[in-house]
Design a binder for this molecule. Sequence first.
Ligand code: LCV
Length: 279
Amino acid sequence: MPLVRTAFADHIGTIALDHYDKRNALSRALIADVLAAFGAFRKKTARAVVLRSAANEKVWSSGHDVHELPKANVDPLPYGDPLEQLMRAVKTFPAPVIAMVHGSVWGGACELIMACDIVIADETASFAITPARLGLPYNAAGFLNFISRLPLAVVKEMFFTADPIGAERAERVGIVNMTVPADALEARTYAMARTVAQRSPAAIGAYKEAIRVLSEAVAVNPDTYEYLHGLRRAVYFGPDYQEGIQAFLEKRPPQFRRVREPRDPLGQKRDGARFPRIP
Ligand code: LCV
């Protein structure tokens, strides 16, 4: 049973997340269906793709399928993770991907929205990036999806609080292009898609790729890369991540304790520095 519904008309593809029993959690299986839809629309030379929820419910997507996250001591968001593959597929698709958002967006689904080209939401929409609730380290590509789109103070507020930002403020800070009344959301989204589809697909494809390359043009030398990776390792080897995942699976609030004496994965006591030394 496919976990997404698709449609194609007037050069416009539609991908509707359709696994509401699990609040459209971005599981390996659901992502495989979304990636297959993008592949089919690429063959059809779609000029725009609308990414939406099939259900008109209070949740758009609850983010990464937490049951598919490693329980401890393993990088939870590696380059090959299906969700990371989905982000790259959206950003490299040769036509604009327009997110149509009714309901709440959580965790990795919030980053997915950031990876989309245009976001149209209604007044029920809210956006929360939630790794801090799980004690989960985030990756550089993920941060860049937010930093390249939002003011730093908003990025920090979202990551440090893990609290939702509502539709009205989401429009003000730039998470969404526009917020419209719920009963106008579908019409406004497809009107935008039709306008895009009437323009030059060759030019728009080149614009999208050039903007992607330029917005990702961040020079990071090997030392800095290793430093950033060290920051993440310290978290996913740490007690917070284990507690965060366990608490979610046990459906209880996490109890993050004072950081114990940091030890590297071989159990060697380190020089007390909570994080690797800045190169
Ligand atoms: C698996 C789920 C999920 C789910 N996975 O319905 O951003 S990062 O870095 O943290 C990244 C790693 C990430 O995206 O992590 C996931 C972040 N997502 C969240 O923290 C949201 C977790 N979900 C919720 O808070 C609630 O489910 C919301 C508020 C979305 C909806 O609440 P509601 O009361 O409507 P339930 O919680 O009852 O969930 C309905 C079913 O969906 C499953 C959940 O386990 C339940 O399944 P069962 O009926 O089998 O118990 N579900 C929800 N979210 N992310 N499964």
